[in-house]
Each structure stands twice: as structure tokens, then as C-alpha cells.
Ligand binder design. Structure first.
Ligand SMILES: Cc1cc2nc3c(=O)[nH]c(=O)nc-3n(C[C@H](O)[C@H](O)[C@H](O)COP(=O)(O)OP(=O)(O)OC[C@H]3O[C@@H](n4cnc5c(N)ncnc54)[C@H](O)[C@@H]3O)c2cc1C
Ligand code: SF4
Ligand code: SF4
Length: 336
């Protein structure tokens, strides 16, 4: 355990505007002294810190943060397999081919994991919620991408590891979340070891940027386009933001118009393909109706092979890696 405390994290990340909002610091703080309030760009200390107040060695928040240190692009990372894949069963809310849900649904059904830490949303407001899912049926209802948030994405991780004491947890996250878990796994901080030991599988989602909930849903959609959150059926980003409405109409917003909605911490992010995940998933590069899967580790391969063998996941073709590389290079050039 180190002698660093939240003040070091504040100086290195919060005050420099590089916080991604991943929520790792809040999740691992043993004193529950870090919160991210709704609408806030960074976390804040809420009074007590055992390292600062009582000089008890801690530093968990600092050691888990993916934004400590210089931003370096990891490229698209290694993979033992690159496939287009889709769910072999109906998933109404799936974002791409439903492959992420299919692999995790099978993992829960076959008792390969105890729980999945993921991000669901309120169906009326589309506000994202950090969620712990323990049954396959519920997991299917969480399918789909949340592009806009204010939540600390990893807050459900503390519930999984500390409260419920699960020892085989799968986590789904955008690259900043995946990097936070990689930091936990590599750390020698005793306070992070229980998290590292409990995380069995890390599923990374490709990510170019994410949006601030208030600026996108309240400011842009409601304020400028008269669209209420409950009228939105689905959001998708394909070079532009596609907003499908419940009445069957759609709205298309060019990314240029959305620059002021992007979360500030995304500006320095250089990881597109979640290079440190066990499996990475995205829309780009996939065969029609499928998800691109970059299977990176033996653990990841085990979960994918098990879902295919059980008939829950279908491999439907190769991946256009050139398309993936182009988006990754564009993001790496923008950040840093
Ligand atoms: C913010 C964001 C930006 C993205 N940008 C790109 C991009 O630029 N290019 C690209 O090719 N792909 C991008 N993706 C990934 C893409 O949208 C799909 O998630 C991916 O193709 C997997 O599709 P699927 O149908 O297999 O997933 P599904 O079967 O629909 O499952 C998705 C899973 O991800 C979880 N989830 C949703 N949102 C989040 C979130 N914010 N954090 C953690 N978990 C979440 C869901 O709960 C569900 O478990 C992005 C995703 C997000 C969340
Ligand atoms: S990037 Fe994540 S861990 Fe670092 S300060 Fe922000 S929320 Fe906390
Ligand atoms: S671009 Fe994506 S991975 Fe990077 S900080 Fe933003 S949300 Fe996280």
C-alpha cells in the first residue's frame, strides 16, 4: 500500500481535466470517500480519507486510475482470434450482432461466472446505471450501447467484490474501464488484490468517445431538437449520431454538431480497441448484422469457444481489420 491519497489523484487527474469518469477510484476507496455526483466531470472527496486524515497507508484510488501518467496509445493490441460473430438467439436490444450478450449470457447460464458488472439504462430517461447482473434472462434485457452517461461506470464492482464477495466476476467496459482493471491487476497494492483476484473476464467495447448525459439528452436533443428522452428508442454512432424515435422517425446529427457534448476526459484518450481486455468488441469491421470480436487471451478464447459449443454464439465471417485500424489511428492521433 502506498502513501498517496486522493489529493495526489486530484492533482494528477481531476485538476487537469483528464478524468474519464470510469469510477475506479470511487469503487476501490475502502472508506467510501470518493463520489461522482450527477453531472460532475470529475469525482470529489466527500470528507474523510484515511491516508490524509489518519496517515494510514492506502493509495487505492491513485493506483487504480487509468489517467495517472502520460497517455500512450496501445494501438489495437494483440489477438489470438479475430472474428465476426452474432448471437444465435433473439436479443431485441442488441447494438451490433449481440455477441457480447451471447458470450456473457452463456457464461451465466453455464455457471462460468457469478455475476456481470455492466451498464444498463432507465428505459424512460435513458440514464445509464452501473449494474450487477446475476441471471442470464436479465442480462439479455441490458443489451445495447450507452453512449451518454454521468455514472461512475464501475460502481457496481464494489458491490460485487466487497458486499457480495463474488469471486468470478465478468466486467463489460469501454477502454478507460478496461485500463483501470489492468492497473488493478498489475498493482501490488493489497487493497486492489481482492478486485484483481475476483475479475475473471474483461469484455472491452471499442470506443471513439462518449457523451455527457445532460449536454446530449437535455441540451442537444430536448433543447435544440425538441426530442424528449422518452421519445428516443435507440442511439447509434456510425460516423454520425443516429437517433431512432419511438414513432418510427429518425434524427441524424453530424459529429461536428456534437463536439460540445463529448465528455471532456475523452479528449486525451488514445485507446480505441480496449487493448488490455480479454475480448474486445465493436461494430466496425464486422460482417453485416454481426459484432467484431478481437479475442486476446486464453481466458477470452475459453468463454467464446464455450458459447459457440453451446450453440449460443455463431461465427459469421472475418473482420475488416483495416477499418478497425483506421479508427484506432484516428483516435490515437487526436488524444495524448
Ligand atoms: C460509449 C461507447 C462508444 C462506442 N464507440 C464505438 C465505435 O466508435 N466504434 C465501434 O465499432 N463500436 C463502438 N462501440 C461498441 C458498440 O456500440 C457495441 O457495444 C459493440 O459492437 C458490441 O455490440 P453487441 O451487439 O455485441 O453488444 P450487446 O449484445 O448489445 O451488449 C452490449 C453490452 O455492453 C453493455 N454496455 C452498454 N453500454 C456500456 C457502457 N457505456 N459501458 C459499459 N458497458 C456498456 C451492455 O449492458 C451490454 O451488456 C461503442 C460503445 C460504447 C458504449
Ligand atoms: S479516470 Fe476513473 S479512476 Fe481516474 S479519477 Fe477519473 S473516475 Fe477516478
Ligand atoms: S473515449 Fe471512451 S474509453 Fe476513452 S475516456 Fe472516453 S469513454 Fe473512456
Amino acid at each position: 500500500m502506498g502513501l498517496t491519497c486522493y489529493l495526489d489523484l486530484k492533482a494528477a487527474v481531476w485538476d487537469r481535466g483528464t478524468c474519464s469518469g470510469c469510477g475506479a477510484c470511487a469503487a476501490v476507496c475502502p472508506a467510501d470517500a470518493i463520489r461522482i455526483e450527477e453531472g460532475a466531470a470529475t469525482p470529489a472527496n466527500i470528507g474523510y480519507c484515511k491516508a490524509e486524515t489518519d496517515s494510514v497507508p492506502c493509495g487505492a484510488c491513485y493506483d487504480a486510475c487509468p489517467r495517472v501518467g502520460p497517455a500512450r496509445s496501445p494501438g489495437i493490441g494483440e489477438a489470438v482470434a479475430r472474428v465476426s460473430a452474432r448471437a444465435a438467439f433473439e436479443i431485441p436490444g442488441r447494438q451490433s450482432g449481440g455477441a457480447v450478450t451471447a458470450v456473457l449470457e452463456h457464461a451465466l447460464r453455464a455457471d462460468l461466472v457469478d455475476a456481470v458488472v455492466t451498464v444498463s439504462e432507465d428505459r424512460w430517461t435513458h440514464k445509464p446505471v452501473s449494474t450487477l447482473v446475476t441471471d442470464a434472462e436479465t442480462l439479455v434485457t441490458t443489451a445495447g450501447s450507452r453512449y451518454n452517461w454521468w455514472v461512475p461506470l464501475l460502481s457496481a464492482l464494489k458491490v460485487a467484490v466487497v458486499e457480495r464477495k463474488y469471486r468470478r466476476v465478468a466486467v463489460v467496459g469501454v477502454p478507460c474501464v478496461v485500463q483501470a482493471i489492468a492497473r488493478m491487476r498489475a498493482s501490488e497494492n493489497d487493497l486492489l488484490v481482492p478486485y484483481a483476484n475476483a475479475i475473471r473476464l474483461v469484455f472491452g467495447l471499442f470506443c471513439t468517445e462518449s457523451f455527457d448525459y445532460d449536454r446530449l439528452m437535455e441540451g442537444k436533443l430536448r433543447g435544440e431538437h425538441g426530442v424528449e428522452p422518452w421519445q428516443v428508442r435507440r442511439l447509434d454512432v456510425k460516423g454520425k449520431l443516429e437517433v431512432q424515435l419511438a414513432d418510427g422517425n429518425a434524427l441524424e446529427l453530424p459529429m461536428k454538431e456534437l463536439e460540445d457534448c463529448i465528455r471532456p476526459g475523452c479528449a486525451t484518450c488514445t485507446d480505441f480497441a480496449a487493448a488490455a481486455a480479454d475480448i474486445s468488441a465493436g461494430a466496425v469491421g464486422a460482417a453485416s448484422g454481426c459484432t467484431t470480436l478481437l479475442v486476446r487471451t486464453a481466458v477470452g478464447k475459453g468463454f467464446v469457444d464455450a458459447a459457440v459449443a453451446a450453440g449460443r454464439l455463431e461465427v459469421c465471417g472475418d473482420v475488416d481489420m483495416g477499418a478497425v485500424e483506421r479508427l484506432a489511428a484516428r483516435k490515437a492521433a487526436r488524444g495524448g
